[in-house]
Design a protein around this ligand. Structure first.
Ligand code: G
Ligand code: MN
Length: 381
């Protein structure tokens, strides 16, 4: 039986595969060539390898996609990328996805052999470490590593949907709420992305990405139109949020930061001073999901919000529910007396809208008017 180390060599550059294949074979490695990402992955599924060496830029399935597919099956196998294109972005991305090394063409044979030997050694250590752990621990590690890959991909494929917030009396769009979405099928809903970010301790990266993307299309709207952006409590503890150089700060006077009532603000150190720092930078503050029944009016007192958003659970079938009507009427009275804006969220029917109008609401958001969409969606009055 052969004990040679097995290398999968993937590149659409036949000359490179032939030349490097020969170099590696001469050093005693067993080399399986593949001419593209698809063929490489097929080989990978057929047998086990100690190392994958792959081109980054290939037609069809490229190196990154191949790496992602491999990581779904094998968390340990080391991967080295080789590329003729000296793109720093893709190099960084490759490393983020767990590639071990990155070599630029033309590749010197000695450099390749030394990188290959080092990678195989590291791969072996990774495998031993996983074997040494108990099966539960190893499983948790594996699950998290898989989740980590999906989360990275979800960040890469993040995009913002926008949902109008309207004023009924003037029939005008006064703002858009930016809502995160991702094309990563493993994490299809914002809730799933947030859960993954929380489990992995990567919520801040998510918040930063949202704040980078959210203000981009703002220039297309009238200057009075506001942008509502959701914050997670963990964002409040991220200095990036307070950085005047971040994209959102540039538009701060048009931005309303939504903080949900669902999360305990008590966990955040010096919430009040953080909120006032945001106000100093020009941001307005909204209390999101009020009435969802978690913190009651505590967070209202803590935040002293400029805007209050009524949770859609209070809005749903409000026309049939006297208790909901009373709650909303008292919130409207509170906001009116304090001169705060109050927005009812999640309106789906004309019955809900008309009841809310009768209760004194003038600002609305919900599928009845427009669903969130990539471009600024138009409103059905
Ligand atoms: O927690 P927050 O209020 O930010 O959540 C808003 C979410 O509610 C978004 O994901 C948005 O797509 C969704 N949404 C917006 N309008 C409606 C609506 O009218 N009905 C329902 N069911 N969901 C809505
Ligand atoms: Mn919101």
């Amino acid at each position: 039986m052969s004990t040679a180390q097995r290398i999968l060599l993937v590149d659409d550059d036949h000359a490179f595969v032939r030349a490097m294949g020969a170099v590696l074979k001469a050093r005693g490695f067993e080399v399986t060539p593949a001419a593209n990402g698809m063929a490489g992955f097929a080989e990978f599924r057929k047998s086990s390898f100690d190392l994958v060496v792959s081109d980054l830029d290939m037609p069809g399935i490229d190196g990154l996609q191949l790496l992602r597919a491999i990581r779904e099956h094998d968390l340990d196998v080391p991967v080295i990328f080789v590329t003729g294109n000296a793109s720093v972005d893709s190099a960084i991305e490759a490393l983020r996805y767990g590639a071990l090394n990155y070599l630029r063409k033309p590749v010197d044979a000695t450099a390749l052999v030394s990188a290959v030997q080092k990678a195989i050694q590291l791969g072996r250590v990774g495998r031993l470490r996983r074997d040494a752990l108990g099966s539960d621990q190893a499983q948790a590690l594996a699950d998290n590593a898989g989740l980590d890959v999906s989360f990275t991909s979800a960040l890469d494929k993040l995009w913002m949907a926008y949902q109008p917030i309207v004023q009924w009396s003037t029939r005008k769009v006064v703002a858009y709420e930016a809502l995160m979405r991702s094309r990563e099928p493993k994490l299809p809903h914002p809730g799933a992305i947030l859960d993954a970010g929380e489990r992995l301790g990567r919520l801040r990266e998510l918040g930063r990405r949202v704040r980078d993307l959210a203000p981009a299309p703002l220039w297309m709207t009238d200057s009075e139109v506001r942008l509502f952006v959701n914050l997670h409590v963990s964002d409040l503890e991220d200095e990036h949020l307070f950085d005047v150089a971040q994209a959102l700060s540039g538009a701060s006077t048009r931005v309303v930061l939504e903080i949900t009532e669902r999360a305990a603000l008590t966990s955040v150190k010096d919430v009040r001073s953080r909120i006032s720092r945001l106000r100093e930078r020009g941001f307005k503050i909204a209390l999101d999901d009020i009435g969802a029944g978690y913190a009651g009016l505590t967070s209202f007192a803590q935040l002293d919000p400029d805007v209050v958003k009524v949770d859609m659970s209070l809005v749903r079938n409000v026309h049939q529910d006297q208790l909901k009507q009373k709650l909303i009427a008292s919130l409207v009275a509170l906001c009116t007396s304090l001169d705060r804006m109050i927005i009812a969220e999640g309106i789906e029917t004309t019955e809900e809208r008309d009841t809310l109008l009768a209760l004194g609401c003038d600002y609305f958001q919900g599928y009845l008017f427009a669903k969130p969409d990539a471009a600024f969606p138009s409103v059905r009055w």
